[in-house]
Design a binder for this molecule. Structure first.
Ligand code: UT7
Length: 313
């Protein structure tokens, strides 16, 4: 079978109404706006009140679906990447299918690779579409991280925000390459599982920071090598938005090409699986990302997992 790439037909995003500012966090833990801005680049993040992981996922998916102009019965699969879904059962994806009133003849499931989730979703969607009679997949990254953030731990609570991003994707003969990595590790980024007492994010911040700088660079370099391109051939690099300083460290390795790196963490904080699709949607809806442009998406997260994608828009 001829190898086929993936093309993003349309995107969407959905954020909770409530904003959680640095000043609000300073009333909860010993921190301040200046420290958070200079150490992370984050000015603001969103936090669910009436919303939930599923409602955000459905909101982002509905927007992407409406913009795509496709028919519901052409969707083969709904995939939600999340580690903070509303329930253990049913999956967020099945509830998104219900909220969007998709036909019953559809595959739906959630995947859990933390902040790498949306890119994992693209890999899975691509594989499934290769053998499907239907044309499209709905890939969503949605997180209600406020469920598992410890708001007494200033080392983590300042980072994370809630939100969702989504994409309708189809197979395409446009260039598409993807690389994935896994290194099992519970120490650096951890959250207890079902039935355990406290489900809160525990993180070795400095270790994760160093790991992130290294693997983002690896993701960029190895995918470029495989594509036989250099960074100057690329229009945008969209890294997982975990800390602006992580991206600034990576940028330094590509002198003169710093402008290629898209950074929007100031407004959202780290939204884990949602960060890349939110960034894509911002770029598309503001008219900056247009047909024919070449992009890299690079993510890292708990697992540990990391992943990079080269695609033409
Ligand atoms: O997608 C999930 C992946 N997670 C990440 O990518 C996180 C990666 N790591 C980071 O973003 C950074 O390591 C943090 C933002 C979490 C921490 O920044 P840092 O520059 O590595 O700070 P640090 O942990 O080395 O702490 C430096 C100082 C310490 O004080 P002392 O010991 O020097 O007196 C901390 O107690 O800053 C203190 N500190 C804070 N001060 C004010 C730590 N957090 C805060 C805070 N406000 N929120």
């Amino acid at each position: 079978m001829e190898e086929m790439g993936l093309h993003i037909v349309a995107t969407g995003r959905c954020l909770p109404k409530k904003q959680l500012t640095n000043d609000m966090l300073s009333e909860m833990v010993e921190t301040n706006d200046e420290w958070i801005r200079t150490r992370t680049g984050i000015h603001n993040r969103y936090q669910c009140e009436e919303e939930s992981c599923v409602s955000l996922a459905a909101g982002a998916a509905a927007q992407a679906y409406e913009r795509s102009g496709i028919a519901k019965d052409e969707i083969a699969v709904v995939i939600v990447a999340s580690t903070t879904s509303d329930d253990m059962l049913p999956s967020a994806a099945s509830m998104v299918a219900q909220r969007l009133e998709l036909p019953e003849e559809i595959l739906s499931f959630d995947i859990s690779t933390a902040c790498t989730g949306f890119l994992t979703g693209l890999a899975v969607a691509r594989g499934l579409l290769l053998t499907s009679t239907k044309k499209y997949a709905l890939v969503i990254g949605s997180e209600q991280l406020s469920r598992i953030v410890d708001y007494t731990d200033r080392g983590t609570c300042i980072l994370f925000g809630d939100g969702a991003g989504a994409a309708v994707v189809e197979l395409s003969d446009k260039p598409y390459l993807q690389k994935s990595w896994t290194r099992g590790n519970r120490e650096m980024l951890y959250c207890a599982g079902v039935g355990q007492e406290t489900q809160r994010i525990v993180m070795q911040g400095t270790e994760v920071f160093k790991f992130a700088v290294k693997v983002l660079q690896q993701g960029i370099d190895e995918i470029l090598q495989e594509a036989q391109l250099t960074l100057s051939d690329i229009d945008f690099v969209i890294c997982h938005q975990a800390n602006e300083r992580i991206i600034r460290h990576v940028q330094k390795k590509y002198k003169g090409l710093e402008d290629k790196f898209y950074i929007n963490i100031a407004d959202y904080g780290n939204t884990s699986a949602a960060s890349i699709p939110i960034a894509l949607d911002e770029l598309v809806s503001s008219g900056r990302l247009r047909e024919g442009m070449r992009i890299l998406c690079v993510a890292f997260g708990a697992g540990l997992t990391w992943n990079s994608v080269y695609m033409e828009w």
